[in-house]
Design a protein around this ligand. Structure first.
Ligand code: PRP
Ligand code: URA
Length: 214
């Protein structure tokens, strides 16, 4: 597998993340627990992906004296889940940035070709001014994520950060090669894709496990 630009790949491998990821992968984990873990992992990833949010000085008064403190400088953020599975990460990120807007990209992979098929796309106003966090638990061939990046770039978005939970080398390379500026956050880069373009060892079909559809 040819090398990719590692400076734009951020692996969030904190021990708490690794622990939760192991439970997430386990085939015996219930739908309820799976959904809760996706939310918790999205919080950890969101925390890292928003590490450079600009701050502004504000004067406040503690019970003892006045001081200059720091607050988020009103940065405009949009969360863009790739339907369906990406929806599972939205609440976690919203718990960090409750005022973020949410846009949706509806796509599913054709079972034969593994190519993404788009069925919905709706972005909040002034999307081009926002920092956009695309969320999707799985990065396999990269087809879905690169298509979502294209929609946002076509809409004029400059700052795109993609957050996935489980990735593989093929998908990471496809995304970083496709877009020279996107920053990619993931909890792990797994070994490889299988012949059906599923990630090994992976966790199976994320959408089915979040929604209990299989
Ligand atoms: C899964 C996953 C990603 C995509 C990854 O969605 O949530 O969107 O596959 O594969 P890729 O990198 O090869 O494009 P799926 O198509 O199964 O749809 P779903 O979320 O509706 O289950
Ligand atoms: N989509 C999933 O949900 N899982 C994979 O392993 C690959 C694509």
């Amino acid at each position: 597998m040819p090398a990719y630009d590692e400076s734009r790949l951020h692996v969030v491998d904190h021990p708490l993340v690794q622990h939760k990821l192991s439970i997430l992968r386990d085939k015996n984990t219930s739908t309820k627990d799976f959904r809760e873990l996706v939310t918790e992992l999205a919080i950890f990833e969101g925390y890292e992906a928003l590490r450079d949010l600009p701050l502004e000085d504000v004067e406040i008064e503690t019970p003892l004296e006045k001081m200059v403190a720091h607050k988020i400088a009103g940065k405009k953020i949009a969360i863009i889940p790739i339907l369906r599975a990406g929806l599972g990460m939205v609440d976690g990120i919203l718990s960090l940035v409750p005022s973020a807007r949410v846009g949706h990209v509806g796509m599913y992979r054709d079972e034969e070709t593994h190519e993404p098929v788009q069925y919905y796309c709706k972005f909040p106003p002034a999307i081009e001014e926002r920092t956009c966090l695309i969320v999707d638990p799985m990065l396999a061939t990269g087809g879905s994520l690169t298509a979502a990046i294209k929609f946002l770039r076509d809409a004029g978005v400059k700052d795109i950060r993609a957050l996935t939970l489980v990735s593989c080398p093929e998908g990471v390379k496809a995304v970083l090669d496709y877009d020279p500026d996107v920053r990619l956050y993931t909890c792990v880069v797994d070994r490889q894709l299988n012949e059906n373009a599923y990630i090994l060892p992976g966790l199976g079909d994320a959408g089915d496990r979040i929604y209990g559809t299989k």
